[in-house]
Design a protein around this ligand. Structure first.
Ligand SMILES: [Zn+2]
Length: 238
């Protein structure tokens, strides 16, 4: 957006809203104002006011209650999402912080990242394609980030006894309180193997890299996996 000075940090509320709309679309969830209010932890009237403001600013279009980003809105969203996910990588890969706490800390870290710092973090980390949770880092020097995840399917779609590699824990779960902590504890993180043990009503038991875990079908639908050659992946508790 040209409304801010180049190189300056953009911490505006519209930016945060653009980020949330972008992430809802990424998870194939309609960006209804009620969903936005849930993710942002604000009231629906507050969302309604802001959406109206953003519409005037040319950042969003609203049709049938669904909020869509304009090209300018996408640009703003991508910058916020990129900085959030780069901050997560920095916190996990370089500073050695936990997978779960990195997500929360990145919310404040992203706000002090300007253009130069963003580039510096990106080159320090070797232009990573995804955040530690497997979500693609848009824009920057990466081309088609996320498009080359290959054939993936939801964990919920696997059959009993099937094994797969965890590829991505989608943003929907990143924002769910306590979820990342639980997944990290069990070792259900991108790059590790997972095996379906059994199905119950509305839930399934899986063996992750460190522990057996029962996840709801809804949660399992938001974890993307890839079946394939899993010989080298850890499935036994370490
Ligand atoms: Zn993440």
């Amino acid at each position: 957006m040209s409304a801010t000075l180049p190189g300056r940090v953009r911490t505006s509320a519209p930016g945060k809203y653009c980020e949330v709309i972008f992430e809802l679309h990424e998870d194939d969830i309609d960006a209804l104002q009620v969903r936005m209010a849930e993710r942002l932890g604000v009231s629906r009237p507050a969302v309604s006011d802001m959406v109206q403001r953003m519409s005037t600013m040319g950042l969003v279009d609203v049709q049938d209650g669904r909020v869509a980003l304009t090209p300018a809105g996408v640009e703003m969203a991508e910058q916020h999402v990129r900085r959030h996910r780069l901050a997560e990588r920095l916190l996990v890969d370089v500073l050695g912080l936990g997978w779960a706490e990195a997500h929360e800390l990145a919310d404040s870290w992203q706000q002090v990242i300007d253009d130069r710092t963003e580039q510096a973090i990106d080159s320090l980390l070797g232009s990573p394609a995804t955040c530690p949770h497997g979500n693609p880092i848009p824009g920057g020097s990466r081309s088609l980030a996320g498009a080359d995840l290959g054939e993936v399917s939801p964990l919920a779609a696997l059959a009993k006894g099937q094994r797969a590699q965890v590829v991505r824990v989608t943003e929907r779960l990143e924002v769910e309180p306590g979820m990342l902590v639980e997944l990290e504890r069990a070792g259900l993180v991108p790059g590790t193997a997972v095996e379906v043990l059994s199905f119950g009503s509305g839930a399934m038991a899986v063996r992750a890299s460190r522990d057996v875990l029962v996840v709801s079908t809804e949660t399992a639908a938001a974890i993307l996996v890839r079946a394939g050659d899993l010989v080298s992946l850890p499935v036994e508790p370490q």
